[in-house]
Design a protein around this ligand. Structure first.
Ligand code: NAP
Ligand code: ZN
Ligand code: ZN
Length: 335
């Protein structure tokens, strides 16, 4: 099969990924094999390719926003049949036995394995995964290329929203209106939550306005007209933390979504932090992923995407690094 291999990490401009012909994988006991159709491109792919995250195996096939068709069943597979459409997210497997896995908190499992990092991912014609970690898309109406980016920014955005505890009538702040924030805003509107967006670029300000945010500006320059019940920060910008806390009322929650952050300093504990909670998004879980996919389908979400051929992956990653992609989401057509 055709697959993009990462053997050793390097700046993406030096093209560390190589399109190669490799043997097809086969489903072992309890696994399914997926014929991949589409795989969304994520900034995390860049972090792995360039060495910001360790290389856990070599070669590895990146890609963790996968939509495909089940085409081979390992022995004992119960929940999928050939021809079913399934999705694969960053969550590739967990142990299923630890205190986290047995209490609905599998995202904290110490044996959490990530797709396209610990295990081969979606930038190849086929991949295999344990059946219980493939998300069923059987009942979804959205097109498969639209579903691909739901698998990472969509699910991560929804998990962040769940962590805020926001409910109908609340005011939610979003700091940084990127691809992930788009899903949060759409779902929040559906749930009757009013959304205030702080973002700097004109492009993102317009996008947030178009999507129906109640207030949009750069909160480092303009003061929000109302206080918030909760907020989410998306970029890894530690300087936003105290500002976001200051905008939240007592009893409110600030969720930090990034996987890394610049330094966080809170100068005024009594005024800005006391009586407020900070939570962090630490991986995603299947319960929230499944709930989100149902809502996304009901809302007929249409994120802005552009589809590229498999051969273009390296060019797309280079463009993503330079911020030169035309749409918020790039999706690779694998087959
Ligand atoms: N924790 C987990 O398990 C997990 C899983 C998936 C994703 N994530 C995280 O979720 C986030 C994904 O969000 P995304 O890809 O949609 O975000 P993003 O594109 O990285 O950032 C969103 C927006 O924030 C603004 N921004 C960027 N840098 C900034 C800075 N230094 N100060 C202020 N604003 C800044 C930019 O908009 P403007 O230019 O308009 O300001 C940017 O478009 C990432 O941080 C990722 O690490 C976490
Ligand atoms: Zn991702
Ligand atoms: Zn576990």
């Amino acid at each position: 099969m055709k697959a993009w291999l990462l053997e050793s990490q390097d700046k993406i401009e030096n093209r560390p990924l190589r399109l190669a012909e490799v043997p097809e994988p086969h489903a072992s006991r309890g696994e399914i094999r997926i014929k991949n159709l589409f795989c969304g491109v994520c900034r995390t792919d860049l972090h792995i390719a360039e060495g910001d995250l360790d290389l856990k195996r070599s070669p590895v096939i990146l890609g963790h926003e996968v939509v495909g068709i089940v085409d081979e069943l390992g022995e004992g597979v119960m929940n999928h049949k050939k021809g079913d459409m399934v999705g694969v997210s960053w969550l590739n497997s967990t142990c299923g036995r630890c205190k986290y896995c047995t209490s609905g908190r599998e995202n904290y499992c110490p044996e959490f394995k990530a797709t396209g990092w610990d295990a081969d991912g979606g930038y190849a014609e086929y991949m295999v995964i344990k059946e219980q970690f493939a998300l069923s898309l059987r009942d979804m109406h959205l097109e498969p290329e639209i579903i691909a980016p739901l698998m990472c920014p969509g699910i991560a955005g929804y998990c962040s929203l769940v962590l805020t505890g926001a409910k109908k009538g609340d005011r939610l702040g979003i700091f940084g209106f990127g691809p992930t924030a788009y899903y949060v805003l759409e779902v929040a509107k559906y749930l009757g939550i009013e959304v205030y967006v702080s973002t700097r670029s004109e492009k993102n300000i317009q996008a947030a306005r178009l999507s129906g945010a109640s207030w949009v500006a750069d909160a480092t320059k303009e003061t929000m007209p109302n206080s918030l019940d909760s907020a989410i920060i998306f970029p890894p910008a530690g300087n936003l933390v105290e500002l976001a806390l200051a905008s939240i009322e007592r009893g409110g929650t600030l969720v930090l979504a990034p996987v890394s952050s610049s330094e966080i300093v809170i100068n005024d504990y009594s005024k800005n932090l006391w009586g407020k909670d900070i939570k962090t998004l630490y991986n995603v879980n299947r319960k929230d992923a499944t709930a989100f996919l149902e809502i996304a389908d009901r809302l007929n979400l249409k994120p802005s995407i552009k589809v590229y051929p498999l051969e273009d992956l390296c060019d797309v990653l280079i463009a993503a690094k330079k911020g030169e992609l035309e749409t918020q989401n790039a999706v690779i057509r694998v087959a």
